[in-house]
Design a protein around this ligand. Structure first.
Ligand code: ARG
Length: 463
């Protein structure tokens, strides 16, 4: 009895260990890259006389069959072949026999996994860039419709100065453009081939790493074998780039949640993107931007996880590194769906121009313009102008008016220094004029905003 129990325990332990050790459950995601990498490796080996032409052809054909089997769902993944690299190679050998056993000449799973993973990261970097471009296009398109729509600009979430809504949206277009450029520069920095680094020190076989690099579309082979098999900077970069991008997604989502609240009513999200409550029949909830905001947390977690995995690793490869993949897959999928959904939310949101403009009449948004007027027209020191303007704000408050609604007499009565102020001031206090007065480069005036849109349109044509 006790013997039997021991037997059961042993089996179970072995199974648990297999499962613990294996990565096939998740790294099968890399099957296409693994096959592409292996075909390139076999071509290089053939070119170097390490494989015969027949062997190479058999290997390539066999690998393509494995690919078909995986894509059609026939392939049997099993814990016995620990990871995608072993799974593909062992099935290949089942199909083609001897030549399959020669494929692993002059390579190790260490450079193989580094190659596959890098190919994946490079592929995803390109597709995320394409998605970001579309998102930026939508921001610019909607911005273009609202270059004269007033919206209160805020600091500390308090009304500050009038903006146009197009300008506000262009702030996000700028954030996502920086994201695009970050992905772009990571792509360039990481476009080097690990293949042929072998286990850690290179190989005595007469390989041509430049050739396999070229076949795979990399710029060149990486320069140091040991660094290469232990390096995951490229994975950290995509995690950081995705985190920063999701931080931007989260910030616009936060604004959408606020803007669609009853108190604001600046925008209404298209019905598809708003959900109802299971208990309160009257409700329309902004679940979609809330989820976009919430998913950002998980994405940050993936970045911190991998940074932590890497921080104590001695050179060169360590199995800890197997923990690099799930977080990257998860972050990639999250950012892909998030950008896709955000693009549609922005494209379809209904902008309530009247509410935005009405909100501008609260909070004395043009107060700074009065101070600027006193500085520019009366050569007053700014600090003096600031205190005089405070008196005008107090007068407006006592009359229950916005500063932009005061009559000339009311302004003149607010402070001794203003008793002869020119009628021109009324124009300065006008909210639309206030917005349009900000003509400095990068400012909110409609003229500047239209310029900024043109620059974006030019950029979009080029990328
Ligand atoms: N599954 C492993 C990983 O993802 C592949 C490399 C294994 N190398 C090794 N020497 N055990 O990192």
């Amino acid at each position: 009895m006790s013997n039997q129990n021991n037997q059961i325990l042993k089996n179970t332990n072995a199974q648990i260990l297999d499962e613990f050790n294996a990565s096939i459950m998740f790294d099968k995601e890399l099957y296409a890259q693994d096959i592409t990498g292996s075909i390139a490796h076999s071509k290089m080996l053939c070119n170097q006389g390490i494989l015969t032409k027949d062997e190479q052809e058999a290997i390539e054909k066999g690998l393509l069959q494995v690919k078909d089997e995986i894509e059609s769902g026939q392939f049997k993944f099993s814990l016995e072949t620990e990871d995608i690299h072993m799974a593909v190679e062992s099935r290949l050998t089942e199909i083609i026999g001897e030549p399959g056993k020669r494929l692993h000449t002059a390579r190790s799973r260490n450079d193989q996994v580094a190659t596959d993973f890098r190919l994946y990261v490079q592929d995803k970097t390109e597709s995320i860039k394409a998605q970001l471009k579309e998102l930026i296009e939508v921001f610019v398109e909607v911005a273009n419709k609202h270059t004269t729509t007033l919206i209160p600009g805020m600091t500390h979430l308090q009304h500050a100065q009038p903006l146009n809504f197009g300008y506000h949206l262009l702030a996000y277009a700028n954030m996502f453009k920086r994201d695009f450029e970050r992905f772009e520069s990571s792509y360039k920095r990481n476009n080097f081939s690990p293949l042929g680094s072998a286990a850690l020190a290179g190989t005595p076989h007469n390989i041509d790493r430049f050739l396999s690099s070229e076949i795979l579309g990399f710029d060149a082979p990486t320069p140091h074998a040991m660094d290469t098999v232990s390096d995951r900077d490229f994975a950290l970069e995509i995690l950081f780039n995705i985190s920063t991008c999701m931080m931007h997604v989260s910030r616009i989502s936060e604004e959408l949640v606020t803007w669609s609240s009853y108190e604001f009513q600046f925008v209404r999200m298209s019905d598809e993107y708003a959900t109802t409550s299971s208990i309160m029949p009257q409700k329309k909830n902004p679940d979609v931007p809330e989820l976009l905001r919430g998913k950002t947390g998980r994405v940050y977690g993936n970045l911190i996880s991998l940074l932590t995995v890497m921080k104590g690793l001695p050179l060169a490869y360590n199995k800890d590194t197997q923990e690099d993949k799930e977080g990257v897959f998860d972050s990639v999928k999250t950012v892909e769906i998030s950008i896709k959904i955000l693009t549609e939310v922005i494209r379809t949101m209904i902008v309530n121009v009247d509410k935005m403009e009405a909100a501008c009449k609260i909070g004395h948004l043009s107060a700074t313009d009065l101070a600027d007027f006193l500085v520019q027209k009366q050569n007053m020191p700014f600090r003096t102008a600031y205190y005089i303007t405070k008196d005008v704000v107090a007068t407006a408050n006592s009359l229950n008016k916005d500063i932009s609604e005061l009559t000339l007499d009311e302004i003149r009565s607010a402070n001794e220094e203003l008793k002869n102020i020119d009628e021109e001031i009324l124009m300065y206090l006008d909210l639309r004029n206030s917005m349009n007065a900000r003509i400095s480069f990068g400012g909110t005036s409609t003229i500047q905003t239209v310029e900024q849109i043109k620059v974006f349109e030019e950029w979009l044509k080029k990328v």
